[in-house]
Design a protein around this ligand. Structure first.
Ligand SMILES: Nc1ncnc2c1ncn2[C@@H]1O[C@H](COP(=O)(O)OP(=O)(O)OP(=O)(O)O)[C@@H](O)[C@H]1O
Length: 237
């Protein structure tokens, strides 16, 4: 089966640090990226999204080489910790922007946005602006916008980090539920390895600019975890 995402010997250098990634993500898979702070997890997502251009190597999405493709033309949706909602626009308009341009929002897109908000449990809050919502509600809006786009690959960078543990689980459950109607491939950076357990199919452990191991979530995070992962999990208490 053609992978949803392939990083083929992708390299990138920051001053004093060289990152190098090889990764294949299967269609419909949910992959969690974990690892110490500064290991390169966000950089990997930025390379996949096209916000950074690799120094060498290739990035493929569904078999298509997108290494030179601008971010907006890649078959991806993104949700970050800062949910990138427009502060002066309503929730509905923010979601509709997944489909329409900012200057002109089509009626059909506003209707689709209303449905998307209902699907994330925000029916009735269409007219709220981001500052009139809780952090969890704002991330629901961001998820609604991401799903509305119906892109095959969803990149999540610490999307629920600012939320408390109970709310984080609720959001992960919501994501799992949304994937039942649209089985998007997920690559999720998380600082909370427990977020991967029960949700992600597979975990990749990133250390010093490389993916040093990948495996099924229960194995990577289980009692017989690799010593490098155990050390990381231990440090996290
Ligand atoms: N714009 C930049 N300029 C220089 N160095 C950078 C820049 N962005 C990131 N780095 C460095 O690249 C490395 C990887 O950073 P990255 O943000 O990808 O790590 P991370 O694993 O996502 O970290 P965290 O878990 O803390 O978010 C770090 O050492 C960081 O200091």
């Amino acid at each position: 089966m053609t992978p949803a995402l392939t990083l083929d010997a992708v390299t990138y250098s920051f001053e004093g640090m060289r990152l190098s990634f090889d990764l294949c993500v299967a269609p419909g898979e949910w992959l969690a990226l974990i690892g110490p702070s500064g290991a390169g997890k966000s950089t990997l997502l930025d390379l996949a999204a096209g916000f950074l251009a690799p120094a060498s190597g290739r990035i493929l999405m569904e078999g298509r080489d997108v290494t030179e493709t601008p971010p907006g033309e890649r078959p991806v949706s993104l949700v970050f910790q800062e949910n990138n909602l427009f502060a002066h626009l309503t929730a509905q308009k923010n979601v509709a922007l997944g489909l329409s341009s900012r200057l002109f929002t089509r009626k059909a897109d506003m209707a689709a946005a209303r449905d998307a908000l209902a699907a994330v449990g925000l029916a009735g809050l269409e007219a709220r602006r981001p500052f009139e919502m809780s952090g969890g509600e704002r991330q629901r809006v961001a998820l609604a916008r991401a799903f509305l786009r119906r892109r095959p690959l969803l990149l999540l960078d610490e999307p629920f980090a600012a939320l408390g543990p109970a709310l984080r689980v609720e959001m992960l459950q919501l994501l799992a539920q949304l994937r039942r109607s649209f089985p998007v491939t997920v690559v999720m950076v998380t600082h909370h390895p427990q977020d991967a357990a029960g949700f992600a199919d597979r975990v990749a452990f990133v250390e010093a600019g490389r993916i040093v191991l990948t495996g099924p979530t229960s194995q990577v995070l289980g009692p017989d975890a690799d010593p490098r992962v155990s050390a990381y999990l231990g440090e996290r208490g």
